[in-house]
Structures are given as structure tokens and as C-alpha cells.
Design a protein around this ligand. Structure first.
Ligand SMILES: O=C(O)c1cc(=O)[nH]c(=O)n1[C@@H]1O[C@H](COP(=O)(O)O)[C@@H](O)[C@H]1O
Length: 289
């Protein structure tokens, strides 16, 4: 079994660090696919996956935007994760789970266990309830070569409300990164990177450098490039010679202007592919600059 960190590192060596988000926002799914219905978001997700396959290594479906359609939306999420993995893409399930250890077990089984209903290669989780709550995910990661993606310094403006508060002389996000050191070690991959991935927003490049110094072996998931305003150079500030993580983009590659104006599926597909290739090439250059 080739583990998450190894596959991600090989994939980003080949394609660069862009991770294509799959974020079916309300009111944004073109009528070409059936609009904002469970069937529409599935057909649209499938088309995004087809456009991304062979151009990038990694995709990140956002669970809430499927969940809002209830069971049929969750069936679309399940189908999207399955289709992406079948297309050879590495799938980061973005559900930002967090619960006490005994019930976190359920989330770990739902998203990371082999054959799980929403099986991905890795899952985003919230560490706020404590290190013990990460154990069920770590157990799946260790047993099945999966990745655990822990929020450390998020990209949103409110990240400063709690994460930047000083705690014992250092910001809370630094304390979180420090506290994750033993888990990062436990989940080390033979490739030299850990199966522990940290979320570090592209909107916080200095914080990314600070966390990289503390966590030299953790992979980074860097959201905030594109629609949230961070530039490619900022997004890549925590990468090391182009390696050590991915930069995710959702709205900028899901809903580029040219795609909104497309009158048929072929021109929609061209617009999406152009947006993916432009972001991919920009990030690939910035990652090694
Ligand atoms: O974990 C995430 O993916 C995430 C963490 C974070 O700090 N900020 C953040 O924007 N995200 C996700 O990354 C994506 C960003 O989308 P865009 O702003 O459209 O590129 C969304 O799916 C967010 O939920």
C-alpha cells in the first residue's frame, strides 16, 4: 500500500502543488448540468473531475455544499469521491470534523476506513477539542496509509480571533503546531514527509513560514489562493523546493467568468481547463522560485 504522503509527493512533483476544490455553491451550478439540484451537482462535479484528471494530482470536495441537499446531496458527494479516486486523483475530503474521541471514531469510519461510505485519501479535522480527539483518524491513517489534515492557522479573517491569541508567550496556532509534533512523527511516511497535514491559510504567509520552521516534516494544505485574494508566492511560502503540500483553489477554478458565459458543455470545459492550467502553471513556478 502506497501511503497518502508518498502519493501526494509524487503527484505534486509531476503536476505542481495545485489542488482543485470541488465546491458546488448554491446558485452557481450552470443549467447545462441541471442547476443546483442533487443531480446537477453530481453531473457538475463529474465534469470538474474529468477536467482536472491528468492536469493535477489532488482534488478537495467540500462536504457542506453537498450536505445542504440532504441524503441525495450526500450521495452526490459519495459518487464524486469515488469517481475522483477512480480517475487516479488523490481526494482530500473537506468535512472539518471534530468530536470527542469515542464519537470521532464514527467520522473516521465514515471518511477514512477502506470501503467507507465517503472514503477519501485524507480528511480535514478540527483539533480544538484536544489531541485525544484526533486519535481515531490517526488510527485509520496508520493502519491504512491515509492522511489526517488538521486545522492550524486557517485562511479566514476570523482566524485572528482565537488562533492568533497569545498563549504562554506564543500564538495559539503555534501551540497547536507544536502539540502536533508527536503525531507528525508517528505518521511519518517512508517518503520523508508525514501523513499528518496542517491547514495553513495562504492569507498568512509569515505564519506559514513560522509553522514550517516548527514542523519541517508536516505536509501543508494551503487554502486562500485565488478567490480569497492570496497571491501564488504567498500561497507557496510554506512549501520547500516545491514540495511539502498543496495549494487549494475552489471558486477561481470552479466558476471562472468564461465558464459562466459558456453556452455549451464544450466551451464550459475549455473555460474550466484554462482556469486550472493557468493556476497550476502559476503555482508550479511560484513553488520553486
Ligand atoms: O480546510 C479547508 O479546506 C479550508 C481551510 C481554511 O482555512 N480556509 C478555507 O478556505 N478552506 C476551504 O478551502 C476552500 C476555499 O475556497 P475558495 O476560496 O473558493 O478557493 C473552501 O472549500 C474552504 O472551506
Amino acid at each position: 500500500m502506497t501511503d497518502f504522503a508518498t502519493r501526494l509527493t509524487e503527484g505534486t512533483r509531476k503536476f505542481g502543488p495545485l489542488c482543485v476544490g470541488i465546491d458546488p455553491h448554491a446558485g452557481m451550478i450552470p443549467d447545462l448540468f441541471g442547476g443546483d439540484t442533487p443531480e446537477g451537482i453530481w453531473k457538475w462535479s463529474q465534469a470538474i473531475i474529468e477536467a482536472a484528471a491528468g492536469k493535477v494530482a489532488v482534488v478537495k470536495p467540500q462536504a457542506s455544499l453537498f450536505e445542504r441537499h440532504g441524503p441525495e446531496g450526500m450521495a452526490a458527494l459519495q459518487a464524486a469521491a469515488k469517481a475522483a479516486r477512480a480517475a487516479g486523483l488523490i481526494v482530500l475530503m473537506d468535512a472539518k470534523r471534530g468530536d470527542i474521541g469515542t464519537t470521532a471514531e464514527g467520522y473516521a469510519q465514515a471518511y477514512l476506513a477502506p470501503g467507507a461510505p465517503f472514503e477519501g485519501d485524507a480528511l480535514t479535522v478540527n483539533p480544538y477539542m484536544g489531541l485525544d480527539t484526533l486519535e481515531p483518524y490517526a488510527k485509520q491513517a496508520k493502519a491504512h496509509g491515509k492522511g489526517v489534515i488538521v486545522l492550524v492557522r486557517t485562511s479566514n479573517p476570523g482566524a485572528a480571533d482565537f488562533q492568533s491569541r497569545i498563549m504562554g508567550g506564543a500564538p495559539l496556532y503555534v501551540r497547536v503546531a507544536e502539540a502536533l509534533t508527536p503525531l507528525t512523527e508517528r505518521l511519518m511516511s517512508p517518503c520523508g514527509w508525514s501523513n499528518l497535514m496542517m491547514v495553513i491559510g495562504a492569507t498568512a504567509p509569515e505564519e506559514a513560514r513560522a509553522v514550517r520552521a516548527l514542523a519541517p516534516k508536516a505536509l501543508f494544505l494551503v487554502p486562500g489562493y485565488g478567490a480569497q485574494g492570496a497571491a501564488a508566492e504567498e500561497a507557496c511560502s510554506g512549501l520547500v523546493n516545491g514540495e511539502g503540500g498543496v495549494v487549494s483553489a475552489s471558486r477561481s477554478v470552479n466558476f471562472p467568468k468564461a465558464a459562466a458565459n459558456a453556452g455549451d458543455k464544450a466551451s464550459w470545459r475549455r473555460a474550466i481547463e484554462d482556469a486550472i492550467l493557468q493556476a497550476r502553471d502559476e503555482l508550479r513556478l511560484a513553488a520553486v522560485a
